[in-house]
Design a protein around this ligand. Structure first.
Ligand code: PEP
Length: 250
């Protein structure tokens, strides 16, 4: 069964550190020109391009977002960007805890939780990214790791009443061309939903997206799993036709 009806279905692109003003104009133009489909679409772009995304996407059916947000409201935090600043650019989505930030910037689950909270307090939907490494999976610790990452965000998950989005992105599947099988992904998504329920969050209203080398060729099989409510898309979000083909699988 593809949907429980209660949950929003999403395809969200993560451009990572890619883009140029000219390239973005073409990509944003092509994606926004396509008719809206069954689910919701979002694009998380680098900070300097938020104004450009806002000017192209305002009034259309595609949301835009950031790839990170500061835990702080304002002050001496050089290089950081606050949730209130993002809101001034019409941002409604913010990734938090992407594995590349956990890995390269040493972000802990507690910091991720504070960032998610800062986003939520500013009216921005946090997209809380969780996922295990290959070593953790091979050691049989995948559920323990993801469970701990969710537990750290318990307060924000409860407070959001189903508005926060969870993205399950096995680290070994991000940008590697390796995708979790639909059965592997569904099993973890079911675990995540059960964990949300156990933590007192609105589990049945929470969108849980899968991320990790999603392509047009595997999107439909993933998105039709009972607990997979769409996808977080990295590389394929940089090509309009690929992103739109994935969106069509919602
Ligand atoms: C991501 O960056 O969140 C991601 C899932 O990347 P990719 O689709 O390229 O694996």
């Amino acid at each position: 069964m593809a949907t429980m009806g209660l949950r929003n279905r999403w395809v969200i692109g993560n451009w990572k550190m890619n883009g140029t003003r000219a390239g973005n104009a073409a990509l944003l133009g092509a994606v926004s020109a396509a008719p809206s489909g069954a689910g919701k679409l979002g694009l998380c772009v680098p900070f300097p391009y938020l104004g450009q995304a806002q000017s192209v996407l305002t009034g259309g059916h595609i949301a835009w977002g950031a790839q990170d947000v500061s835990e702080h409201a304002a002050g001496a935090y050089t290089g950081q960007v606050s949730a209130a600043m993002l809101a001034e650019f019409g941002v409604t989505l913010a990734l938090v805890g992407h594995s590349e930030r956990r890995q390269y910037n040493g972000e802990t689950s507690d910091l991720v939780a504070r960032k998610a909270s800062a986003a939520l307090n500013a009216g921005i939907t946090p997209v809380i990214c969780v996922g295990e490494t290959l070593a953790e999976r091979d050691a049989g610790r995948a559920e323990a790791v993801v469970g701990q990452q969710l537990q750290a965000c318990m307060d924000v998950l409860q407070r959001s009443q189903g508005a926060a989005i969870v993205a399950y992105e096995p680290v070994w599947a991000i940008g590697t061309g390796k995708t979790a099988t639909p059965a592997e992904a569904q099993a973890m998504h079911a675990f995540i939903r059960a964990t949300l329920r156990a933590l007192g969050a609105e589990a049945d209203a929470t969108s849980i997206l899968y991320g990790g080398s999603v392509k047009a060729s595997n999107a439909q099989e993933l998105f039709t799993q009972a607990d997979i409510d769409g996808g977080l898309i990295g590389g394929a979000s940089l090509v309009a036709a690929d992103f739109l083909a994935i969106a069509a699988a919602l």
